[in-house]
Design a protein around this ligand. Structure first.
Ligand code: SAM
Length: 235
């Protein structure tokens, strides 16, 4: 199976006509059959056919090796420009983030919200590339929030409950913590290429996210995502 056929941890779809032809004509496969599968990220497993149609087959998959554990992180990320969005999605998936919220901010250009790369299939395609890199199979949840204020006021307080809330912002702030317990739940906000505006930092602080900095170097968004997550979960 190709990784683009994987759906979450334990389900896979086959849509590739060549593989379907093979299933129907060579294996003469039927519902209930068990198949040995190789996933192109190196994971191997077994799959039981639960549905077999002309244009699609569905399997319940058991992998030989479990995928690596996810990080208990909800990442609030100001929507990057389209070209960077694709790479950041791969980075977010490969680093094991559980949940990603693509959020608006003053310095996110309006045109970024029109990009075809935000379509669910396009987002999933990039996430799968990241998962493949990391030998993972579980997609992060992705939420798109084109309105900053209502999301932060109405939704973030519940999200931050029982988590450590951090907003990455360069400046004279406490240093981002290192090497937290892998079970420590975190809500982490990372700004746009032009940075958060002061109002946004204040709003995020009001709902429980503490500003933290990563040192004197200003990192591009994609690097900041990797640096923050590696630093928080260095174990
Ligand atoms: N000139 C912008 C500023 O001063 O905020 C730079 C924005 S940076 C390219 C994009 C985002 O990455 C920031 O909003 C922040 O969330 C994160 N970031 C990058 N470098 C950082 C640092 N040294 N400390 C904390 N956050 C950083």
């Amino acid at each position: 199976l190709m990784p683009s056929d994987l759906l979450g941890a334990d389900r896979a779809l086959v849509r590739d006509p060549r593989q379907l032809k093979h299933l129907h004509e060579v294996h003469r496969a039927a519902q209930g059959d068990w198949l040995r599968i190789g996933v192109s990220n190196g994971l191997m497993g077994r799959g039981q056919l639960v549905r077999l149609e002309a244009e699609e087959a569905e399997l319940v998959v058991t992998l030989d090796q479990p995928p690596p554990p996810k990080l208990p992180v909800t990442l609030l990320l100001a929507l990057p420009r389209p070209k960077m969005l694709r790479r950041v999605l791969q980075t977010v998936a490969s680093m094991g983030v559980s949940r990603l919220v693509l959020l608006n901010s003053q310095r996110v250009e309006k045109s970024f919200w029109q990009t075809p790369f935000l379509a669910p299939e396009a987002v999933q395609e990039q996430l799968l590339l990241g998962l493949e890199q990391a030998c993972d199979t579980r997609l992060p949840e992705v939420q798109i929030e084109p309105r900053f204020k209502p999301f932060v006021e109405d939704r973030v307080p519940a999200l931050v409950q029982d988590t450590l809330g951090l907003v990455a912002h360069p400046g004279n702030y406490p240093s981002c913590p290192w090497g937290l317990d892998l079970n420590q739940k975190i809500t982490l906000a990372i700004g746009p290429e032009g940075g958060w505006i002061p109002y946004e930092v204040t709003k995020l602080q009001e709902v429980g996210l503490q500003p933290v900095q990563l040192g004197a170097r200003i990192l591009r968004v994609e690097t900041a995502v990797a640096a923050l997550l590696a630093r928080l979960f260095s174990g």
